[in-house]
Ligand binder design. Structure first.
Ligand code: FES
Length: 358
C-alpha cells in the first residue's frame, strides 16, 4: 500500500465480498467444473474485462481460504469460473466435489489488467497459447475478441495431455464455426495423428506454428497462459519468429489481486530471504497468510514453479532457516527429504525464513 493512503491495512487487504448463490455446477472434464454464480443485486459489480479474475473466500474444513479464478462468461452475464482439480483437500477439490447449486459463496469483484483496451481500437489478429487450465483467461479473450469487433481474428493453440483433458472442448468447437477463429489442439498423447497436433511445445515448434498457421494480414498480439515452463517455451518461440509480436503472459505476478488475511495470522509478516544463485533476494514483509511462492509473486520475483499445487516439485527449495507451515492435505504423493519444502505449499511461520533453490 502506498504511503498516505487513507485506508487501514486491514481494509486495503480485505476488499468487500458479495454473497453469490451458486446457480449451476456443470462438469467440463472428468476433473474440472464450470460454476455459475448469481450475485443478485451486485451483478453490475461483476461486469469484467477479458482475462480478469474473481477471488472467493471459502470455508474449508479447518480454515478460511482465498482463491482466485478467471471469469469465463461474457461480460454482463452471470459470473462463471472453470475450476480444475489438481490436488486433494484444496479449494479446487472443494469446487469439484463439494459445492452444490444453492450454496452461497462470498466473492470479491473482478481484478486484473491482462487485456489492453487499446487492442479493440483497431482490427487485430490475436494469437493465443494456452496449456491445460491456463485456457480460462484466453478463452475469455477469444470470446470477447469475436464480439468486440467484426474484423478481429483469433488463432488459438491449446496444449493438453489428451482429448479427455480439453476444457471447453464443445464451446471451442462451436466458436470455431466462425471464420475468424482457428483452434489447434496439441496433445501430449499423440493427438489426432497429424504432425502438428501431437507432442510437446518448445520454442522452435512455436516458431514453426507461427509460420504455418494464422497468417492473417493484421497487426498481431499474443497472449500466453499456462505453467511457467510452457509460457517460457512459447515466449522463446515468439522471439525466434521473424515477426515482432507484442505479447502478454498470464501469471499471478501481474494480477493485482490481494488475499485478505487468513484467520489467525492477522498482521504477521516474515523477513523472507531467497537464495537462488547470485545475490540473495529479500522480501522484508512477506505476509504469513500467503505461501512463499505467492509472497514472491506479490513482490514481483520470478521463482521456479509450474503447477502451484504440490505436484510438479519445481518449487522445491531447502529451508535453511526458520519455520513454515504446510497448507493442509498436500497432494502429490512424493515425500520430501527433511529440510526441503515446496514453496507453493508452505507459509512462513517464523520472523525470518531463508530458502535456497538447488
Ligand atoms: S509449483 Fe509445482 S509443486 Fe510447487
Amino acid at each position: 500500500m502506498s504511503a498516505g493512503s487513507s485506508s487501514s491495512p486491514r481494509e486495503a487487504l480485505s476488499p468487500k465480498t458479495h454473497p453469490c448463490r451458486v446457480q449451476d455446477v456443470r462438469r467440463l472434464t472428468q476433473d474440472s467444473v464450470l460454476v455459475t454464480l448469481d450475485p443478485a443485486g451486485a451483478l453490475e459489480t461483476f461486469r469484467h474485462k477479458p482475462g480478469q479474475r474473481i477471488t472467493f473466500c471459502l470455508d474449508l474444513q479447518d480454515r478460511t481460504c482465498f482463491r482466485s479464478y478467471n471469469l469465463v462468461n461474457h461480460s454482463g452475464g452471470l459470473p462463471q469460473v472453470a475450476v480444475k482439480k489438481v490436488t486433494r483437500g484444496g479449494a479446487a477439490e472443494h469446487f469439484n466435489d463439494i459445492v452444490r447449486i444453492g450454496d452461497v459463496l462470498n466473492v470479491m469483484p473482478p481484478e486484473g489488467t491482462l487485456y489492453p483496451d487499446s487492442i479493440d481500437l483497431k482490427s487485430h489478429h490475436l494469437i493465443l497459447f494456452a496449456a491445460g487450465s491456463g485456457i480460462t483467461p484466453v478463452y475469455s479473450i477469444a470470446r470477447h475478441a469475436l464480439r468486440a469487433r467484426p474484423d478481429h481474428h483469433v488463432t488459438l493453440f491449446y496444449a493438453n495431455s489428451s482429448t479427455r483433458d480439453i476444457m471447453f472442448a464443445k464451446e471451442l468447437e462451436e466458436l470455431a464455426h466462425s471464420s475468424r477463429l482457428e483452434v489447434y489442439h496439441i496433445l501430449g498423447d499423440g493427438g489426432t495423428g497429424e504432425d502438428a497436433s501431437s507432442g510437446r511445445i518448445d520454442g522452435h515448434r512455436v516458431a514453426k506454428l507461427m509460420d504455418q498457421y494464422g497468417k492473417v494480414d493484421l497487426p498481431e498480439y499474443a497472449f500466453i497462459s499456462g505453467p511457467s515452463g510452457f509460457m517460457n517455451a512459447v515466449e522463446s518461440g515468439l522471439i525466434e519468429t521473424s515477426r515482432s509480436i507484442p505479447y502478454r503472459r498470464y501469471s499471478f505476478a501481474n494480477q493485482p489481486y490481494v488475499h485478505p488475511r487468513d484467520v489467525g495470522v492477522d498482521q504477521l509478516t516474515s523477513r523472507l530471504h531467497i537464495h537462488s544463485g547470485g545475490e540473495p533476494r529479500l522480501i522484508k514483509d512477506a505476509p504469513r497468510h500467503l505461501t512463499i511462492l505467492e509472497a514472491a509473486d506479490q513482490a514481483g520475483l520470478d521463482m521456479p514453479a509450474d503447477c502451484r499445487s504440490g505436484i510438479c516439485h519445481r518449487c522445491k527449495a531447502k529451508l535453511v532457516q526458520g519455520r513454515t507451515v504446510s497448507k493442509p492435505a498436500r497432494a502429490g504423493g512424493k515425500i520430501l527429504d527433511k529440510g526441503w519444502i515446496l514453496c507453493c505449499q508452505e507459509r512462513p511461520a517464523s520472523p525470518r525464513i531463508d530458502v535456497e533453490f538447488p
